[in-house]
Design a protein around this ligand. Structure first.
Ligand code: GRF
Length: 202
């Protein structure tokens, strides 16, 4: 299976996928990353892709007339690589109708909280501020809401009294990277079933 990964930052989830595929081989894993896209230049996630010899592309919202034009351009850039599955690994933009029309049902996102709690761009900060005792990460299909698509898998992380946002986020990311690698591989190898909102992967 062909994966396109979208990033906006450090790309450690991307790196976890790259390392796994290198370790077990694309054949055994069931997928290879064919391109990495971003919404901004100069991020470590793109440097990781370049070091891995992968094609990259950047589509910045401000380069387009409006949001719809950006969304269509991003969809085109992704489609050019003929992905079977698109993975948002810390991609910090909400995609629109065009993108979802083309990739809905094969577009997964990872979020650093236990959805539906603490959706949005500050899930780690919000869980900490709320005083949650456990939080975690969620891999889900992207739908037309913000972090509202059907949940594929979740991992739990304890919140410690001494945690600040970055310490907690780092601990979440340790679980998140393993969860994403496992889920993407299982979907690539075995596909999935969905009944209403309930996703079943083998
Ligand atoms: C991840 O925790 C993701 O859930 C959140 O941003 C982080 C991205 O980390 N949206 P990285 O870029 O994969 O290191």
């Amino acid at each position: 299976k062909r994966l396109v990964v979208l990033v906006s930052g450090s790309g450690t989830n991307l790196q976890a996928l790259l390392d796994e595929i290198t370790a077990v081989g694309a054949q055994a894993y069931g997928a290879e990353i064919v391109a990495v896209g971003a919404d901004r230049e100069g991020i470590e996630g793109l440097a990781r892709a370049e070091r891995a010899g992968l094609p990259t592309f950047v589509r910045r919202v401000k380069d387009y007339e409006g949001r719809e034009e950006w969304d269509a351009a991003l969809a085109e850039a992704v489609a050019a690589h003929e992905p079977d599955l698109v993975v948002s690994a810390g991609f910090m933009k909400i995609v629109g109708k065009e993108f979802l029309a083309r990739f809905g049902g094969r577009f997964v996102n990872t979020h650093p909280a236990l959805l539906p709690s603490f959706a949005g761009a500050h899930g780690v900060r919000d869980a900490l501020a709320y005083g949650a005792k456990v939080t975690g990460c969620t891999v889900h299909f992207v739908d037309d809401g913000v972090d509202t698509g059907p949940i594929i898998a979740q991992g739990v992380v304890e919140v410690r009294d001494e945690d600040d946002e970055s310490a907690l986020h780092e601990r979440i990311k340790e679980v998140e990277r393993r969860l994403l690698v496992e889920v993407v591989g299982r979907i690539a190898r075995n596909g999935y079933r969905i009944e209403g909102r309930k996703v079943v992967i083998q």
